[in-house]
Design a protein around this ligand. Structure first.
Ligand code: ADP
Ligand code: MG
Length: 391
């Protein structure tokens, strides 16, 4: 069993919160503050409870070395703006300076540590490093769902040394929403999966197929299934080495009585940089062209099923959505899902980015902040960051 932050006594205590502030930066400023905003309910709750709050996160991949461009300082500035308060930036994760910053914190005030991954000990789940992080506070809270699938010092090792441990509100929302997909989802339950590669998502496909009534596959991922069926794909992105995986999935679907829907028409062009295109049936892809999006007939086919679903999980764009006009299929499917009155969850870095850029986030029941973490959760794997909170 794990406890959520509102189930333990945190009043006037020092709390160490592992947040996921791994945000995109542009010219030294936070380019998208979604992940920071996602942690605000927990931070505000701690302020209300007069806690002394120590926040820690990783940012990017500094590979265990200090890198000025990956400092959390701009993140601290953004957080200060969002909360309209001062934040103490500790400039490090270890050392007497950090200890002093924490000791000198007033109740209701926040200190932000420097990028945890400036230390190789973080990703190595080093015991001493974990112990030091735990020593800063009386309570450890994990709010970093996006890194919950990693057993790092701040997400895993630290919990062993924590006097009290719990999950924050964002973590709670992620666990509850994703669990709903796995435990008695309302039927019909449809998974819409797209993206680039089938090999990277075969585990989640093999797992989700046991839960859904219909599996809709689009994007380049569908090419591997079409290729396995013998369709000529031209220059389209596909993984011939994964055709056996694709065939296995189709057989499993048959065995379980799950319907798999694939694109019936696609938007083809000579290259991703060429915006002139034509729409062809999947049995008619010219050998010098590549499929970059699903076609209108496919959008119609998929949307009709989506309209009737009670539960929908979506991961993976339907095409090369970064390059208009090849974003249309993804846009239409995102709209169809967001118009559903059912329980709708979107997960995955690119899919969530697509939903956000279309301004549709508010129309999904849950927009998962975890890419890899949400997929591993749906595979039924125990995530180390959640497991470590077990009491
Ligand atoms: P997510 O991050 O949501 O899990 P993925 O990383 O699996 O999604 O896949 C996203 C990528 O797949 C995007 O970069 C998108 O351009 C690419 N993609 C989808 N369909 C196609 C296609 N038909 N051709 C080329 N790339 C595609
Ligand atoms: Mg991605």
């Amino acid at each position: 069993m794990i406890k959520y932050i509102d189930e333990i006594d945190i009043e006037s205590k020092t709390i160490f919160i592992r947040v996921d502030f791994n945000v995109p930066l542009k010219e030294g400023k936070v380019a998208d503050n979604t992940r920071i905003r996602a942690a605000l309910p927990t931070i505000r709750y701690c302020i209300k409870n007069k806690c002394r709050i120590v926040l820690a996160s990783h940012l990017g991949r500094p590979k265990g070395k200090f890198q000025k461009s990956l400092s959390l300082q701009p993140v601290g500035e953004e957080l200060a703006k969002l909360l309209d308060t001062d934040i103490v930036f500790a400039e490090d994760c270890l050392g007497d300076g950090v200890k002093k910053v924490v000791q000198d914190l007033y109740s209701g005030r926040i200190a932000l540590l420097e990028n945890l991954r400036f230390y190789p000990e973080e990703e190595a789940n080093d015991e001493k490093f974990a112990k030091t992080l735990a020593s800063y506070a009386e309570v450890y809270a994990n709010e970093a769902f996006g890194t919950a699938h990693r057993a790092h010092a701040s997400t895993y090792g630290v919990a062993k040394f924590a006097r009290q441990k719990c999950a924050g509100f964002l973590m709670k929302k992620e666990i509850e929403s994703l669990s709903k997909l796995l435990e008695n989802p309302k039927k019909p339950f449809i998974a819409v999966v797209g993206g680039a590669k089938i090999s990277g998502k075969i585990h989640v496909l093999n797992s989700i197929i046991k839960k859904v009534d219909i599996l809709i596959i689009g994007g380049a991922m569908a090419h591997s299934l079409l290729g396995a069926k013998g369709f000529n794909l031209g220059k389209s992105l596909s993984e011939p080495e994964s055709y056996p995986l694709a065939k296995g999935l189709v057989e499993e679907a048959k065995r379980l009585g799950v319907e798999i829907l694939l694109p019936i028409d696609v938007v083809v062009s000579s290259s991703p940089d060429d915006s002139s295109f034509e729409v062809v049936n999947v049995d008619n892809i010219p050998s010098n062209k590549m499929a970059l999006d699903i076609g209108q007939e496919t959008v119609k086919l998929f949307s009709e099923k989506i309209d009737k679903a009670e539960t929908i999980f979506w991961n993976g764009p339907m095409g090369l959505f970064e390059k208009p006009p090849y974003d249309r299929g993804t846009r239409k499917i995102a709209e169809a899902i967001s118009n559903s009155i059912g329980f709708t969850v979107v997960g995955g870095g690119d899919s969530v980015a697509a939903v956000q850029s279309m301004g549709l986030s508010g129309k999904f029941t849950h927009v998962s902040t975890g890419g890899g973490a949400s997929l591993e959760f749906l595979e039924g794997k125990k995530l180390p960051g959640i497991e470590a909170l077990e009491i």
